[in-house]
Design a protein around this ligand. Sequence first.
Ligand code: ATP
Length: 272
Amino acid sequence: SRAQRIDPDDPNAKHFKDVAGLKEEKEELEEIVDFLADPAKYTERGARIPKGIILVGPPGTGKTLLAKAVAGEAGVPFFSLSGSDFVEMFVGVGASRVRDMFAEAKKNAPCIVFIDEIDAVARKRGTGLGGGHDEREQTLNQMLVEMDGFGVNEGIIVMAATNRVDILDPAILRPGRFDRRVAVGRPDVRGREEILEVHSKGKPLSDDVDLEKVARTTVGFTGADLENLMNESAIACAREGRPCITQADIDKSFIKVGIGTEKKSKIISEKD
Ligand code: ATP
């Protein structure tokens, strides 16, 4: 699959208002938005803006959403590729996709380039299983060549996401590459309530629905889990032809959506 592109006028473009909770994460990215919206403001003052930002956090916590929102907020195009797309590709194809994407990005700067699941490509050498090494290394090398090749303040900000920063090749974290890190965590109770509110928009809720209570009982849920919970609740309600989602619909979906054992063990160590 080729790079995905979302322009600011696209209906799929995202904004910070679509990203609930994650207040500190959004604050950390404000200056990137400001830079993309007006690079001259920074270059005229001799400021050096980071080229690469790595978003680190569990799956479904909104890393992709945040990257899209930075582009949407700045009013610039968003280009993305996923590291997992390169797995089992013919040698050379990944590298050429990376080259093509950066060529497009340069033509469209200022813009955001996003690489999801960067660990699939930028894993420490020798940690993979069996074949595909040549391909992965070529893709990774091309990524590094591209990042080293454009100047600071050229108007391209590369964002990448991973849930396994520990397995990354240290070469990608060097100064001038992905030298800034933003941790994206699971939402706390307040964050969960805000996420539930975002994903209740356009869904008729009955008076008995208490989102604050739902937030309290969904410890360990990510944004993706909460979106799924509200969607399952809407489906359950629609299936029975009732006009509004009830608290009982949500409670039943809670059981259906469930949470994996991997998550459950983590939840025990969480405070809220
Ligand atoms: P992955 O690592 O699996 O790619 P991710 O961290 O990139 O996950 P997203 O793909 O951004 O997560 O999130 C999936 C979906 O979950 C989003 O499209 C959105 O519907 C919902 N979601 C996640 N976090 C939030 C949030 N903070 N506010 C609102 N919705 C959220």
